[in-house]
Ligand binder design. Structure first.
Ligand SMILES: Cc1cc2nc3c(=O)[nH]c(=O)nc-3n(C[C@H](O)[C@H](O)[C@H](O)COP(=O)(O)OP(=O)(O)OC[C@H]3O[C@@H](n4cnc5c(N)ncnc54)[C@H](O)[C@@H]3O)c2cc1C
Length: 504
């Protein structure tokens, strides 16, 4: 690997190019301007009202949800339009100033916040226009700063849906959602952010604008640059707008919370539901009983949403399109009863029931913080391996930390489990994390990789998993990723140190 990197490094002929690559070799090498000079230059480009230089005023951009990353930035800049994004990048590239694009700052791997302290955070929040909605063609063009929930509203106003739902949708913005290739609860039916994106408009590191806002279903004219920029965590370009796929608005949703004896039983039930519902099966989420126990104990639910106590629950949702008869979920559940796959279930009879069931699912992550420290893994395996993952991972964790409480939950239909562990009752949170965080990751990732899985299903790499990716990803894939990074961002100014270590 090192050999190929050196080869790449020597490819550049001019001294300038060598210096560019040297800046990637030594993160921090490029910083030659003081923070005051950076603030002043940015103010000249976007106006001083849209540049923040005082660290004590940067809280909204620095404080991230995991509360794990605490480095400050040289400045925060909020450009008003695409031309200003281009101007800032042109200047940053010339002056080797690192830029971190930021949307709603809800990312869970520290990709949107500083790593070194000399970076400029560029918030895309002011690019918040819905440029167009074409319900007949099924395409909406939204700017990077549009809040996901507002994109939902714009789609629904036109009788359609943009079917990407996350618990963070009130804050997450289109640019961030695409750049982290977010998943959420409807991937089963509609795919993740990448599959919901038809094209992007993006500013490259040197300020050039890539006009990729196409809305074509078929376009075999070369590399898929959209797929490269989506999921790049802001390391290859800054997305300024995207053309997004819209789908017909369902007439109704049928939702149930089903008791299942084990993850194996849930897998059998999932197969049956898929056979019955096909593309109408929107969600199949697995939740362990401990999640209900914690939420009820902490008063997080106004009522118990389940039919009766069970070791596991499956939250199942189907969509019903106009003209089709209601009751598909009920008849599928009756078939499951007849095949002895399930013993009890409750079907939502009102919007309040449905909302409560989803609250139970959406609060799974938050409820663990009420129980002290927890160690988290966002992993995926082939769907058939989920029961083995949960069984083997839980056993290995319990061997490592007697009394630890496994809380595996999530998107079973996508093979994506949030394999989390709450500390043993009465443990000291700080001591627990200090002693077991790293060791637990090793144990769980070993099981995941043994089953052909991924160490990051939907949250990305950011700064949290850079070293891990380096260890587990195919070396040739890493070389290809580095080559792409060098080609598009030779000075290494775009979100340096995130996702990819440029030195093998
Ligand atoms: C409560 C909660 C629930 C969540 N649930 C889910 C879930 O179910 N599924 C899931 O996949 N994720 C989930 N997430 C994490 C998820 O990644 C984010 O919520 C969302 O996708 C990020 O959007 P954002 O605008 O906040 O991006 P940010 O956090 O601001 O940024 C994320 C990444 O995108 C880059 N970026 C931001 N804007 C741009 C741009 N315009 N151009 C280029 N790069 C850019 C950043 O540099 C960073 O690398 C959840 C997070 C929270 C807090």
């Amino acid at each position: 690997m090192l050999e190929s990197f050196v080869r790449l490094w020597h490819m550049g002929a001019g001294a300038g190019k060598v210096a560019c690559r040297a800046s990637l070799l030594f993160p921090g090498f490029s910083m030659s301007l003081s923070a005051a000079q950076i603030v002043s230059a940015l103010a000249d480009i976007v106006g001083s009202a849209h540049v923040v230089g005082e660290v004590e005023k940067m809280g909204a951009w620095l404080n991230e949800p995991r509360k794990r990353f605490h480095t400050t930035a040289a400045a925060v800049v909020t450009p008003p339009d695409v031309a200003a994004v281009q101007a800032v990048l042109r200047w940053a590239n010339q002056n080797r100033v690192a830029i971190i694009p930021q949307g709603g700052n809800t990312g869970l791997v520290g990709a949107q916040v500083p790593l070194r302290g000399d970076e400029v955070i560029m918030s895309l929040a002011r690019l918040d226009r819905i440029r167009s909605v074409d319900s007949a063609a099924g395409v909406m063009v939204a700017e990077a700063g549009v809040i996901l929930e507002n994109a939902h509203k714009a789609a629904e106003a036109a009788g359609t849906i943009f079917p990407l739902w996350l618990a963070s949708q009130g804050s997450a913005r289109i640019g961030g959602v695409l750049s982290s290739n977010a998943g959420g609860v409807n991937v089963l039916a509609y795919g993740n952010a990448r599959e919901l994106t038809m094209g992007v408009e993006a500013v490259l590191a040197d300020g050039r604008l890539y006009h990729g806002l196409n809305a074509l279903k078929k376009d075999n004219t070369g590399y898929d640059l959209k797929d490269l920029l989506v999921g790049a965590e802001g390391t290859l370009g800054i997305i300024t707008a995207a053309s997004l796929k819209l789908y017909p608005l369902p007439e109704d949703y049928e939702t149930a919370l089903v008791n299942v004896a084990s993850p194996d039983a849930a897998l059998d039930l999932f197969q049956l539901m898929r056979q019955r519902a096909g593309g109408r099966l929107n969600a199949f989420e697995l939740i362990p009983h401990i999640g209900l126990d914690i939420q009820l104990r902490h008063g997080m639910l106004d009522a118990d949403p389940t039919a009766s106590a069970s070791p596991w629950y499956a939250l199942i949702e189907m969509s019903r399109m106009a003209g089709s008869a209601p009751g598909a979920l009920q008849s599928a559940l009756e078939a499951a009863f007849e095949e002895n796959l399930i013993a009890d279930a409750t079907i939502a009879e009102s919007l309040a029931d449905r909302t409560r069931m989803w609250a139970f699912r959406e609060q799974m992550s938050e409820c663990q913080s009420r129980e002290g420290a927890s160690i988290k893994h966002d992993v995926s395996v082939p769907i058939a391996a989920i029961p083995a993952l949960i069984r083997e991972g839980s056993a290995a964790a319990e061997k490592l930390v007697p009394g630890i409480r496994p809380v595996p939950f999530g998107h079973m239909g996508d093979g994506n489990i949030h394999f989390n562990f709450s500390m043993p009752l009465g443990a000291d949170p700080k001591a627990f994390m200090a002693q077991y965080d790293e060791a637990m990751h090793e144990v769980i990732y070993e099981v995941v990789l043994r089953h052909g899985g991924s160490v990051s299903a939907e949250h990305g790499i950011g700064q949290l998993k850079v070293d891990l990716l380096q260890r587990v990803k195919d070396p040739v894939a890493l070389e290809m990723m580095r080559a792409i990074k060098f080609a598009l961002d030779p000075n290494g100014i775009l979100n340096p140190g995130k996702m990819l270590r440029t030195v093998p």
